[in-house]
Write a protein that binds this ligand. Sequence first.
Ligand code: ADP
Length: 173
Amino acid sequence: MTAIFPGSFDPVTLGHIDIVKRGALLFDRIVIAVLHNPSKSPLFTIQERINLLQAEVSDITGVSIDTYMGLLAEFAKAQNARYILRGVRTEADCAYEIPMAQANRKLGKGLETIILAADPIFGYMSSGLIREIAAAGYASSNGEVKFDDSALDQWVSPAVKHMLRNKFSNKEL
Ligand code: ADP
């Protein structure tokens, strides 16, 4: 059984990796599908997001990474996948995921979405919040970083933290 785990992964967090690890116990193969959306302006390029993901999932059997544009149902069909894997943290996530799952089931002719409840450790964490913390924390008017970034370790890997620091430490807010 193959599942697609789609998302922006801008950047990948330990919450995403928890979903991949738990999904790997359910599916033979998981394709992490990084959304390439030209109308959005992500912090990390597609290649940076793939590289960061690759480093984190290299030791999980059956997991690969790809990119997609357009309809997820079409990508799933091309991958011969009958399942989509998603994680939900809050009621707001459910409100977003349920209609999406219903639409994908129609568009994908039976393409089912398997939704895992986030581990409470990561239940309030999103890539967006990580970006905001890093932007505010690393920004410094004289180029000197004063932010004690050890707090980020509970949410992202050292490699992601390093990339965030590079992105923001020379920029002023
Ligand atoms: P999207 O823009 O498609 O929501 P994300 O990269 O933000 O892309 O998320 C991809 C998937 O991972 C989504 O199903 C999302 O709900 C889930 N996810 C994101 N953060 C967490 C987290 N902290 N714990 C569990 N699942 C998460």
